[in-house]
Design a protein around this ligand. Structure first.
Ligand code: ZN
Length: 476
């Protein structure tokens, strides 16, 4: 069955033909690790995980390479670390640790490689040098800029009018810029800022060059699919294309460009100022949205109910419905003694695969799962047929990363707050250190974080030394 994917580059649905069937290569822009990932960030993680699973099914698990980067050098990281009075390394390590827990809870398979920007500085410098040598970049005043007019078909992905692109690119009018749309490949670092030695002085990379360097290193000069959120089309993906194509002289960087749609919360744009900013961590571990903590699988199913290219409205109602659906489906598996493992050899229904191969039409695939669940309801007569349907249900749902859990765990209605004691101990110790350093903003932040995990703190003083102490217990 041919796989058809919508290609943002051509604005068409195309039959997907990999460059090399033995190594299908997918790149997705990963997180900038300065703060917990929000639910909008969860969408590409889940969507492209489904694509990864489908490609593995089609070409074999060992014949797909999925690269998702970690941006661990960025001005937002520097600012946040300074604000919290911790080192950049502490911030990026802590944020990445929580990110990895979040994506695992969402049922996403680990990518083949998760390269970190700070471990690819030499590769970035090498590409920048190539761009300068080929006349596509220039050094000026400690900076290196990409010379946009040197690429006649710049802007082919976003197809924005020139004025729009100029307005979008003109973050600052800098004397070292030759053209208004030229963008930064390298910039100087001041003392105290992270930086590396380079032919242009001590400095750090711009954001876009990271993805060109990491995709090149792990996937080559041209690869199959590049994915990300629709908000990345301009300028990030446009600039990745400019860098990679001009450095290596190909007319494409990736054959197919895929973008997931926006996410809103209860009909409104998500923003810190509107107070509807929800992190994955909060959804999993606090009762801030809908009065309870949600299982990762519920978040996943709720996210998959809309077509990936359409906008999605994130609502408590959708979470409730997703939870009911999963509860019912797991109940069916329990009744038949079926698990994801035992259903591994069950056949995949053609209609289900056809829906997924139709530009990941997951809503249609979901309707098919509901139909299978209907036929799998346990019944006295013909229980073997019902069991076979339950196996088909588990097998198909697995392709969406669903029903892979222990059906017995779903016998209880709502999940326990799941907090590892070691995790709590670590955060309590970090908070104590912040209190001792009189970093009260950090101490308050950690107290709120722990409260969200259902942990109550009791602060005191050591009678002998006068040093601050903290005891903790699980609240309620
Ligand atoms: Zn990127």
């Amino acid at each position: 069955m041919p796989l058809k994917l919508y290609n943002t580059l051509t604005r068409e649905r195309e039959v997907f033909a990999p460059l090399d069937e033995r190594n299908v290569r997918l790149y997705v822009c990963g997180p900038t690790v300065y703060d917990f990932a929000h639910i909008g960030n969860a969408r590409p993680l889940i969507v492209f995980d489904v694509l990864y699973r489908l490609l593995r099914e089609k070409y074999g698990a060992d014949h797909v390479t999925y690269v998702r980067n970690i941006t661990d050098v960025d001005d937002k990281i520097n600012a946040r670390a300074a604000e919290r009075g911790i080192t950049i390394r502490q911030l990026t390590e802590e944020t990445n640790r929580v990110f990895q827990q979040d994506v695992a809870a969402l049922g996403c398979l680990p990518p083949s490689v998760q390269p970190r920007a700070t471990e690819h500085i030499a590769e970035m410098i090498a590409i920048i040098e190539r761009l300068i040598a080929r006349g596509h970049a220039y050094a000026a005043d400690g900076h290196v800029l990409f010379d946009v007019p040197s690429m006649p078909d710049y802007g082919a992905l976003s197809r924005r009018p020139l004025d729009d692109m100029i307005a979008g690119a003109r973050v600052e009018v800098a004397p070292y810029k030759k053209g208004e749309m030229d963008f930064v490949l390298w910039k100087p670092s001041k003392e105290g800022e992270p930086g590396w030695d380079s032919p242009w002085g001590f400095g750090r990379p711009g954001w876009h060059i990271e993805c060109s360097a990491m995709s090149h290193k792990h996937l080559g000069e041209v690869f199959d699919i590049h994915g990300g959120g629709i908000d990345l089309v301009f300028p990030h993906h446009e600039n990745e294309i400019a860098q990679t194509r001009c450095a290596f002289g190909h007319n494409i960087m990736a054959k197919v460009w895929m973008h997931n749609g926006f996410l809103q919360v209860e009909g409104e744009k998500m923003s810190k100022s509107l107070g509807n900013f929800i992190t994955i961590h909060d959804l999993l571990h606090s009762d801030k949205f809908g009065g309870k903590a949600w299982r990762g699988e519920v978040l996943r199913l709720a996210m998959l109910r809309a077509h990936y290219r359409q906008p999605i409205d994130w609502t408590v109602k959708a979470l409730d419905e997703a939870e009911k659906t999963l509860s019912r489906w797991y109940g069916i598996l329990r009744a038949h003694g079926v698990t994801a493992d035992s259903a591994r050899e069950a056949p995949l229904r053609a209609a289900f695969v056809e829906a997924l191969c139709d530009d990941l039409n997951i809503p249609r695939a979901m309707a098919d799962l509901h139909a299978m669940a209907g036929k799998a309801e346990p019944r006295e007569e013909d229980s073997q047929t019902a069991k076979a349907e339950a196996e088909k249900l588990a097998r198909a749902a697995g392709l969406l990363g669903l029903l892979e859990g222990d059906p017995a765990a779903w016998a209880h209605k709502s999940p326990e707050l799941k907090v590892e004691a070691a995790e709590v101990e670590k955060l309590v110790a970090e908070r104590l250190a912040a209190r001792k350093a009189k970093n009260f903003a950090e101490s308050d932040r950690l107290r709120d974080l722990l409260a969200g995990m259902g942990v109550k703190l009791k602060d005191g003083k050591d009678k002998a030394t006068g040093e601050p102490t903290t005891e903790w217990e699980a609240a309620g």
